[in-house]
Write a protein that binds this ligand. Structure first.
Ligand SMILES: Nc1ncnc2c1ncn2[C@@H]1O[C@H](COP(=O)(O)OP(=O)(O)OP(=O)(O)O)[C@@H](O)[C@H]1O
Ligand SMILES: [Mg+2]
Length: 310
């Protein structure tokens, strides 16, 4: 439903987005990750026809952003960064205005605004002017305008920024529900959000894509992936570490912590090898007292650092 082809954006001499291409299908929730200034918002602004690209193009539901921008805007709900909403309108007044802009009139508009205020937890502030709302409530209003016309494509620039933990949870649930029959692109700095809602993530750095995969695929790039962490009770360090290090396919073992006679040890595999089974049967043979045994999935924050700083 979104196909981005070689998008480039230059601001003067600075290249903010440097030849980005990707596709997003119906039913996908694509997470956009990357350091500050990586080009996430700029890419979203181009897809939503907010700014023109310097080169390249994109299509949304088959409509080209350059040749058919009105059709693209109809198909998209866009939550821009920092919730730019008209501050001197009331919440209800603003959402009515958006409903009319989206072609709804009379009862249809009123009903839809009522529903959306309910689902975005805005019912209590309908008569308040937007400028006097707290940051999180402004964000909710902006989210409400993005989904008001029930568009097939949503582009959400940091949708949970500024929300309290309960509201974050609700917005994530809403995104997940909507993601089943829409196509959603969202940016975030919260890596746990990727696990919570995204079916796939793209990491961009300095305007280019440096990683693209499911959360599990990205995690598999972590050095921790398939390492085994275990806690042994009553075993000497100079017995345990050399023993574990010498097992088949083990790269090395190290003690992470010593807690009251227990050792917290991490054992790393040689590249691409699985060691969990070897280790579990070896420690069982030794009849060592194992308090905890865990196979690591890998960590997104580590992968993020590796691909954006490396
Ligand atoms: N209108 C503009 N004029 C000049 N430079 C701009 C403009 N908009 C963005 N930039 C620059 O483009 C680069 C990418 O900015 P962008 O806002 O896309 O980053 P981002 O990935 O969204 O970052 P953040 O995580 O901080 O939101 C930055 O260097 C920024 O300063
Ligand atoms: Mg941004």
């Amino acid at each position: 439903m979104i196909a981005v082809q070689h998008l480039v954006k230059k601001f003067g001499l600075r290249t903010a987005v440097n030849d980005i291409s990707f596709e997003v299908a119906k039913g996908e929730v694509l997470g956009f990750l990357g350091p500050n200034g990586a080009g996430k918002s700029t890419t979203m602004r181009m897809i939503t026809c907010f700014i023109p690209p310097t080169a390249g193009t994109a299509t949304v539901c088959g409509h080209d952003i350059l040749r058919d921008s009105v059709a693209v805007r109809r198909a998209i709900g866009y939550l821009p960064e920092n919730a730019p909403v008209y501050t001197d309108m009331t919440v209800a007044g603003y959402l009515h205005f958006i409903a009319e802009m989206r072609g709804l009139r009379g009862t249809a508009a009123r009903t839809r605004v009522g529903q959306i205020m309910e689902s975005c937890n805005l019912a209590g502030v309908g008569a308040q002017s937007v400028g006097t709302l707290s940051k999180g409530y402004k964000q909710r209003v902006c989210f409400a305008q993005a989904i008001l016309h029930d568009p097939p494509v949503l582009v959400l620039d940091e949708p949970t920024d500024g929300l309290d933990p309960n509201q974050k949870h609700e917005v994530r649930q809403l995104i997940k529900r909507m993601g089943k029959d829409k196509c959603i692109v969202l940016s975030t700095h919260i890596l746990e959000e990727v696990d919570a809602v995204c079916t796939r993530a793209i990491i961009i750095a300095k305007g280019t894509i440096v990683a693209n995969g499911t959360p599990a695929e990205l995690r598999a790039q972590s050095e921790l992936h398939d390492a085994v962490t275990l806690t042994l009770r009553g075993v000497a360090e100079d017995t345990a570490v050399p023993f574990l290090s010498a097992l088949a396919n083990v790269y090395h073992a190290k003690v992470l912590e010593r807690i009251n006679g227990s050792l917290l040890i991490r054992v790393f595999p040689k590249e691409g090898k699985q060691i969990a089974h070897t280790i579990s049967s070896a420690v069982r043979d030794k009849r060592w007292d194992v308090e905890e045994f865990r196979v690591e999935q890998g960590r997104l924050d580590e992968v993020f650092r590796k691909v954006t700083l490396g």
